[in-house]
Design a protein around this ligand. Structure first.
Ligand code: TIU
Length: 222
């Protein structure tokens, strides 16, 4: 058992590498590249790309240590049978979920836009969780995988900080997992939301988690 201590807010956190996994939330072309779901919602997707290089560096370090890395993708069945009408019909996007866009049908499993970006592509043995919601636990087998691998601590990365990262951290916290949000490995279309979302996690003594960054995590596991 290798125990390490990660420098984090609101306090340092001790964890075992064998019982810690990274979860990389929704680093998909649909959110990070032009022509996908994020852009149809009116967002500047370039704001999310700042998380790519830190995620890649962190992944390299975690993989070198043999740590578990889990990837998620937000998306729906081609027939939209798992897409709530309230989600599909919401707002006034330029294209709706299921419509044909520049990277195939928006937010649909199997389409090019649904793929994880090549820079952060999963490697053999890394689970991919296809999730219909914002949280990675809702309607997925993530918790079974974590239980079977005896994971108690999650290093949470990905996009967007205040939407799918936050929802997943809240779900994980309620299920008893300790979550460390890796700040520079997350990003938002709204930089101010990113900052406040991180503060919300660590406030009140770490009301639903910890916040650290990739350099501190890599230093801890070195
Ligand atoms: N729109 C937005 O900020 N996020 C999402 O719709 N999904 C995720 O955060 N992955």
């Amino acid at each position: 058992m290798t125990n390490v201590t990660i420098d984090a807010k609101p306090a340092a956190l001790s964890c075992s590498l064998q019982h810690t996994a990274a979860i990389i939330i929704d680093m998909q072309r649909d959110f990070v590249e032009p022509g996908g779901f994020g852009e149809t919602l009116g967002n500047d997707v370039s704001l999310l790309r700042r998380a790519i290089a830190p995620c890649k560096t962190l992944l390299d370090g975690l993989r070198a240590k043999g740590m578990l890395v889990i990837h998620t993708r937000e998306g729906h069945r081609p027939d939209l049978s798992d897409a709530p009408p309230a989600k599909v019909s919401r707002g006034a996007p330029s294209l709706r979920i299921g419509d044909m866009g520049a990277m195939g049908r928006i937010l649909i499993r199997g389409e090019p836009g649904h793929d994880i970006i090549p820079e952060l592509a999963p490697i053999a043995g890394e689970p991919i969780i296809d999730k219909p919601g914002k949280g990675a636990f809702y309607a997925t087998d993530l918790q079974s995988i974590l239980i079977n691998r005896q994971i108690d601590t999650l290093l949470v990365c990905g996009v967007t900080t205040e939407v799918c990262v936050h929802t997943t951290v809240r779900e994980a916290n309620d299920r008893g997992y300790r979550c460390v949000v890796v700040s520079d490995c997350c990003a938002s279309y709204f930089p101010e939301f990113h900052e406040v979302a991180l503060r919300m996690v660590a406030a009140q003594g770490g009301i639903f988690g910890w916040v650290s960054d990739s350099a501190r995590v890599l230093e801890a596991i070195a």
